[in-house]
Design a protein around this ligand. Structure first.
Ligand SMILES: O=C(CCCCNC(=O)Nc1ccc(S(=O)(=O)N2CCN(c3cc(Cl)cc(C(F)(F)F)c3)CC2)cc1)NO
Ligand SMILES: [Mn+2]
Length: 244
């Protein structure tokens, strides 16, 4: 049996093929797993659980069916879908996790997180993140009428696109010291995260031990899944989304 990790699908109504690929992945692959961890940015944007949206309903229904077939699904918020709340968690029967957590997978301790907090070379983003993760700011934002939230969201998405163009690729990747500090803070040697869209398994010698950091790939033309089996064999796999 295996435990599966995915992230950065950035599901949106403009990308129906990715949604179809995700639903097929749930029915064909996740259905046989011990658990599925979704490490953030499942959706491209999220302005509140109260937004009527057929994509959200469709995804919630599929995740709920996975749960009913005995596969628990855990979710860590990404920098896009950080407003996913209790209501969607209830509809999808996903368990919302804190932004970083050490889990036990077949006896191994693994730190899981979205990965945006590792990008410490982008102080501007981290300042923005601190602001919008503030519960009071979230309460105020969620109390705005939907049309206003949509307006703000579209503006911020445009700004993000523009500002990401000017950021160096170093700035957009994790900072090695931040990675080491996180591992030491949690006293673990394994880490799985997404966010950077740079799929790889990195070996890192830390305090004389070989530490591993698995980075999940974003879902575009291919899907990406990190798998751990009961013998602690690990695999980072990318697979075509289109049914040929
Ligand atoms: O990797 C990097 C850089 C990575 C790129 C980071 N950029 C990035 O994530 N952008 C972004 C994320 C989400 C959306 S959104 O459309 O889903 N949506 C916008 C409005 N949201 C809001 C919430 C609250 Cl509480 C408060 C407000 C407030 F106060 F602004 F009005 C707004 C809710 C969420 C739009 C853009 N660096 O290393
Ligand atoms: Mn992200």
């Amino acid at each position: 049996m295996t435990t599966l990790f995915i992230a950065d699908l950035h599901l949106s109504e403009n990308e129906p093929a990715i949604t179809a690929g995700f639903l097929a992945f749930l029915q064909r692959e996740a259905i046989h797993a011990d658990a599925l961890y979704i490490l953030g940015d499942l959706f491209e944007f999220w302005i509140g659980d109260d937004e009527p949206n057929t994509l959200h309903t469709q995804v919630a229904q599929a995740l709920s069916e996975l749960h009913d077939k005995g596969v628990p699904c855990y979710f860590i918020h990404g920098n896009r879908d950080f407003l996913i709340g209790k209501r969607f968690a209830k509809q999808s029967k996903m368990t919302l996790l804190p932004e970083e957590l050490v889990i036990d997978v077949y006896g191994e301790k693994i730190l899981i997180l979205h990965g945006d907090t590792l990008c410490t070379d982008d102080p501007g983003y981290l300042r923005f993140r601190k602001y919008i993760r503030n519960p009071l700011i979230q309460k105020i934002f969620l109390s705005l009428p939907l049309f206003l939230r949509l307006k703000i969201a579209n503006k911020l998405r445009r700004q993000s696109k523009l500002s990401n163009r000017t950021k160096s690729s170093v700035m957009m990747d994790v900072n090695q010291l931040a990675v080491i500090k996180k591992l030491q803070d949690h006293n673990v040697i394994y880490m799985v995260h997404g966010h950077t869209h740079r799929p790889a398994i990195h070996d890192l010698t830390m305090d004389g031990q070989v530490s591993k950091r698995a980075v999940l790939g974003a879902w575009h033309d291919t899907g990406s899944v990190f798998k751990i089996d009961a013998d602690n064999n690990i695999e980072l796999i990318s697979f075509p989304l289109q049914e040929d």
